[in-house]
Design a binder for this molecule. Sequence first.
Ligand code: DGL
Length: 261
Amino acid sequence: MIRIGVFDSGIGGLSVLRHALNHLPQASFIYCADSAHAPYGERPPEWVRARSLRIARHLRDRGVDALVIACNTATALAAEAIREALDIPVIAMEPAIKPAAAMTRSGRVAVLATASTLASRRYRTLRQRHAADIEVIEYAPHHWVTRIEQGEEQAPDFVEGLRRELQPMIERGVDTWVLACTHFPFLSDVIAEAVGGHEGLIDPAPAVTAELRRRVPEVDRPATGGPRLRLLSSADPAALARRVSDLLSIEDGIETGDLPC
Ligand code: DGL
């Protein structure tokens, strides 16, 4: 059975894992949540780079066949270093600026991401290349990540605040919303309600699954044996399993453990 390693600063990468699990039924996954150190968005770039590299090496040493960096921030700061260090396929996140530019009718797109992602050379290059002719509004709501990590994405005060935060962008005519932080698809319903529907929201998870399939065609090879999903957390593995049960509705076939690095 092909084994795919997936990691994020915390539970955000579960939005990527959810899609991959549903669409790649022959593969197994090890998901690492570095929840003891989330969020990464406000940490120094050097720290995020070193930490991401450490987790990537740990997953490689566990024998994964490919790695998904299910975190835009870790991608922006560490993807190059990880690709240099690992001799397995590494699939990383890419803010969906290109599809957003093709989709928008108003010519106004919002990119929701961490400040590190927005400041990265990788993102600035993408924006320059694909969005030179449209208006891009960038917004870095780090507190959304914190509230999702705390399981408070439905809390009335949070939902109310989020609506207020989106209002100025709605009034400016934004019709396309790039979810460039993997935590944010867990807010899709709340955002869709505020902006008038799901159509303008871009969740990167399907693109990651497609890239995984392209780079590792063996993921579709019929296979049996072993648990479908291992969950590792640098904080509390049982709490991670509870979030997986809430957010992904999976309870069976899961093993849990500490992230020992
Ligand atoms: N989920 C992450 C991302 O996609 C990181 C959020 C954070 O830890 O600040 O950027």
